[in-house]
Write a protein of this length. Structure first.
Length: 298
């Protein structure tokens, strides 16, 4: 039967191409959505009252999200290839499994970053400089798990850069009273979903010496996640008030609060399959907010 899932598309690709598509995690699009959605929030909030978001900018950022998430995964696997061999869930990744060489992945990384630069050059000068500034976070994030129990915080700073960039791409510069609360909300959101994600690998992480918020929080994880969720919701309210958002926006924020509360309450941190399910459900959080922004503008 015909299937249009990302995993099926990767499996249908020519054999020599498949390791590269798996290296950029094209078969696991959840991470791409989580990178892209903060961009859509910012683009949506920057739209004029009564108007839909700029669909061309949404499309451009969509392409950029695929490329930059792929580049980030490539960098991550290049740093972590020796660690990945020791973890069951990651041992089949192309570099760890030896399907491609480090040199091949380096050349592939150069191609992804070159294409991403072409996307960035389509934006205004302010946004080009702002976008380029995120590259240091992209490169250094994979190293953070070696030196701190808070690599998820650095991931949040990296993954939510689009909350700043989307607004500047539309307006020509950042309105910090809106962009900073939105960015902070995204960082808190990342701490929620990536801590849940990290609980999948905590046993292996202890053995190989990798750090994470899952290991830092331990049995107090749900309390921490509740605090991050509350901070996210308050920041979203602040961003909405500072750009005169309307009832549909705040309804979406309330729905997000209910979703996060259910997610945290039903989470079983000792079941990897449940952690993955809860992690993947965060795409719904991002889509809810974008829908609320669009309806609020209209």
């Amino acid at each position: 039967p015909l299937s249009f899932s990302a995993a099926e598309l990767v499996r249908a690709a020519p054999g020599p191409l498949q390791p590269y598509l798996r290296l950029m995690r094209l078969h696991q699009p959840t991470g791409t959505w989580l990178l892209y959605l903060p961009c859509t929030w910012s683009i949506g909030l920057a739209a004029e009252p009564g108007c839909l978001p700029d669909w061309q900018m949404l499309s451009l950022f969509g392409v950029g999200a695929v490329l930059m998430r792929g580049a980030g995964c490539t960098i991550n696997d290049m740093w972590d290839r020796d660690y990945d061999k020791k973890v069951v869930r990651t041992a089949s990744r192309p570099l760890a499994a030896g399907d491609i060489t480090t040199f091949q992945s380096f050349v592939f990384l150069g191609g992804q970053l070159s294409l991403a630069l072409c996307v960035l050059l389509c934006l205004n000068y302010y946004s080009i400089v702002l976008g380029a500034a995120s590259l240091s976070l992209v490169v250094t994030y994979p190293l953070m798990k070696r030196v701190t129990y808070w690599p998820q915080l650095v991931l949040g700073l990296t993954f939510n850069w689009g909350a700043l960039l989307g607004w500047s791409a539309i307006k020509g510069s950042c309105e910090w009273s809106v962009c900073l609360p939105l960015y902070f909300a995204g960082v808190m959101w990342t701490l929620v979903y990536d801590t849940i994600y990290a609980h999948q690998d905590k046993k292996d992480d202890i053995v190989i010496g990798v750090k994470s918020t899952a290991l830092e929080f331990k049995e107090y994880t749900k309390q921490w996640l509740s605090g991050f969720s509350l901070a996210m919701l308050l920041s979203l309210c602040m961003a909405g008030m500072n750009c005169n958002q309307t009832f549909p926006y705040y309804s979406a924020v309330a729905a997000i609060g209910a979703h996060l509360a259910h997610q945290i309450y039903t989470l079983d941190i000792d079941k990897p399959e449940d952690c993955w399910k809860k992690f993947a459900s965060n795409r719904t959080v991002g889509v809810l907010l974008f829908t609320g922004i669009v309806l609020g503008n209209l």
